[in-house]
Design a protein around this ligand. Structure first.
Ligand code: NIG
Ligand code: FE
Length: 411
């Protein structure tokens, strides 16, 4: 058995087992122990405490992290890491005055990425995507959800999900796969929505289920994309194959999609840049986790999720990157946490809760990830020496990570 002991200035996010998410006022509290040790046995957290109780284990490897902070690795519950090429030209087009919507209406946006994905081999998509996965692991992410949704054909969607499966086999990071065939309507189905949704339901889903390629189902529920009724049809079809829903909703407009997602027991509702009082009421007392994506708001200059209003209403909130070529070409959870503090007025404690335990919940991993809990996976960030953990969001442009441990191994 490999045994590792870390001696550090403090450990953040110590939780009893059984706590799977935190809500409202509880999010202001981040349990910390100072002057602490953490014991790792193989891939699991085996114990922790204050230095006066540190066990003497002659065979253990010791990491001296004096002055440094230990916290759970980030849990990024919403990404589109698997894609081909990039959309740098659209970035410049937006600088020159076009909006995301105008670019999409010209055949850019999601359809641009779908064209590239379908023209690229599975091997090449894997080679491009694995670099992004390696990058986010170095940035402290220890669990990640990855969506399909740039195929929009049976073969293209299967190609993306097979790449996600291969990433899961090749890397120690926990990966959940989400089928997002309902990301946009291919041009030839612009006037025939039912025709495309029939393909999703009758062709894509059975093929994906046969290869066991997805854990969740998603749809882009938005004006000009999938209506609430169309999204409900997708969620119902997913349920038949045992795929809970995680839905893109309320990015640009509020169309009562959130209530429909809650009705279908969605695991999460994501984006939420526009949130009405009715949306907040629908989420109260539900098991659905709201997920905010602040670096998407930053990159395409749209409103930020009204986190204060939601937390003050008692809701939980998770934070994720949305890493994708169009709206967020970054998978840096450190920047997400900082942006949530700076632009959404979340406190550092709230943002760290949202990026760890609540992120784990939003991808069905909070029994094993997202907190320092005996028996959970040894997925750990060790920071550089910090004056206080406030420095993590405060010094937003600095790399404050010294080491990342995933499944008990320094990566
Ligand atoms: O989460 N909103 C929908 N989908 C992605 C972006 C898609 C794209 O532009 O490629 C998102 O922001
Ligand atoms: Fe997204």
């Amino acid at each position: 058995m490999a045994t590792l002991i870390i001696n550090c200035k403090e450990i953040l996010q110590i939780r009893e087992s059984g706590i799977t998410k935190v809500s409202g006022k509880e999010m202001a509290h981040l349990p910390v122990i100072k002057n602490a040790w953490l014991l790792i046995e193989d891939n699991l957290i085996a114990g922790f405490g204050t230095m006066d109780t540190c066990p003497n284990l002659p065979d253990a490897t010791i990491i001296d992290a004096a002055g440094k902070t230990v916290l759970p690795a980030w849990c990024d519950s919403h990404t589109h890491i698997v894609y081909a090429g990039n959309r740098e030209q659209e970035f410049v087009d937006r600088i020159n005055g076009l909006t995301y919507e105008e670019i999409a209406n010209r055949g850019g946006g999601i359809l641009n990425s779908a064209k590239r994905l379908n023209a690229t081999s599975e091997e090449e998509v894997y080679q491009q995507s694995k670099l992004r996965l390696e990058e986010v692991m170095q940035q402290g992410t220890g669990a990640v959800e990855i969506k399909s949704g740039y195929g929009l054909t049976v073969e293209g969607e299967l190609k993306m999900l097979r790449v996600i499966k291969r990433l899961r086999e090749e890397y120690p990071i926990a990966i959940k796969a989400t089928f997002l065939g309902a990301h946009a309507f291919p041009a030839e189905y612009k006037e025939n929505h039912t025709g495309y949704i029939d393909i999703i339901v009758n062709e894509m889903l059975p093929a994906i289920a046969a290869e066991n390629l997805a854990d969740y189902i998603d749809a882009f529920c938005e004006t000009g994309y999938f209506s609430v009724e169309e999204t409900e049809r997708i969620m119902t079809a997913g349920q038949k194959y045992g795929l809970p829903a995680k839905i893109h909703v309320n990015q640009f407009t509020a169309i009562d999609g959130i209530a429909a997602c809650v009705k279908h027991n969605a695991l999460s509702v994501d984006h939420l840049e526009i949130v009405t009082d009715e949306d907040i009421e629908a989420l109260k007392n539900s098991d659905t986790m709201p997920v905010a994506l602040p670096t998407c708001s930053f990159f395409i200059s749209i409103p930020y999720t009204p986190a204060r209003k939601m937390l003050d209403a008692g809701l939980p909130l998770a934070l994720a990157t949305d890493f994708n070529p169009g709206t967020t070409p970054s998978g840096n959870m450190n920047l997400v946490v900082a942006t949530a503090c700076i632009k959404m007025k979340m406190t550092p404690e709230e943002a760290i809760n949202a990026a760890t335990i609540n992120g784990a919940y939003a991808m069905g991993l909070s029994e094993t990830h997202g907190s320092i809990t005996v028996g959970k996976r040894a997925n750990i960030i060790i920071t550089k020496p910090l004056t206080s953990y406030y420095q993590l969001p405060y010094a937003f442009g600095s790399n404050l990570i010294d080491r990342v441990i995933i499944e008990g191994k320094v990566i």
